[in-house]
Design a protein around this ligand. Structure first.
Ligand SMILES: [Zn+2]
Length: 213
């Protein structure tokens, strides 16, 4: 739906939101002002969204966005585990609960909870930016929230990493004063949020392309 605004005459004022500094508009209309570079978050969000759409396309049976539910979103998150880089020890692994195991083990690599949590946030925003209704947003579904919480709890145990802040007893801390609000929810996860900055799937492709030279 982008009509060329060439049929002029209605006298619209220039859009003030487009003042991105120094976009010179020459007469003749053939000047293309490049869009401002996307922020890291925005481009990551776009990549994630495309990944999800691709996933729907390849889904068997085929799935459309409008029929997508929280259960499908969870399925998607599980599917992403194959691209994960975070060792999550099984219950019977001797290193279960060890943050720094002394030797390798055969436990699978998965997506870290922090990555999934951030991903869902981006996809939830992307869904609504692409015309989805907030009340039908599958990424905001209760089931997804519950799933994420379960992942968080089980990974915290398996990896021996407390996502929840351990409350240190402060000497003389006067109860529930305002001091606690600044350090809201900042889990001490390393390797959680952005693993190397490549996002969940690194190369924006759904299919794992083996590009070994
Ligand atoms: Zn293990």
């Amino acid at each position: 739906m982008d009509f060329p605004s060439g049929s002029g005459g209605s006298g619209e004022p220039p859009d003030p939101s487009q003042t991105s500094g120094g976009s010179v508009r020459a007469t003749g209309g053939s000047v293309v002002t490049p869009p401002p570079p996307l922020s890291r978050y925005e481009s990551q969000k776009r990549r994630d969204w495309n990944t999800f759409l691709q996933y729907l396309k390849n889904h068997k049976p085929p799935l459309t966005l409008s029929r997508c539910s929280g259960a499908h979103v969870i399925e998607f998150l599980k599917y992403l585990d194959q691209f994960g880089k975070t060792k999550v020890h099984a219950n019977d692994c001797p290193y279960f609960g060890h943050p720094n195991p002394p030797a390798p083990c055969v436990c699978p690599l998965k997506q870290a909870w922090g990555s999934l949590d951030a991903l869902i946030g981006r996809l939830r925003a992307a869904y609504e930016e692409n015309g989805g209704q907030p009340e039908s947003n599958p990424f905001g579904a209760r089931a997804v929230r519950i799933y994420l919480r379960e992942v968080k709890d089980s990974q915290a145990k398996a990896r021996g990493i407390p996502y929840e802040k351990k409350k240190r007893k402060r000497a003389g801390g006067g109860g529930s004063t305002s001091g606690a609000t600044t350090t809201a929810e900042n889990p001490s996860v390393d390797g959680g949020g952005g693993e190397g900055g490549g996002g969940i799937i690194g190369t924006s492709e759904v299919a794992p392309v083996t590009s070994t030279v």
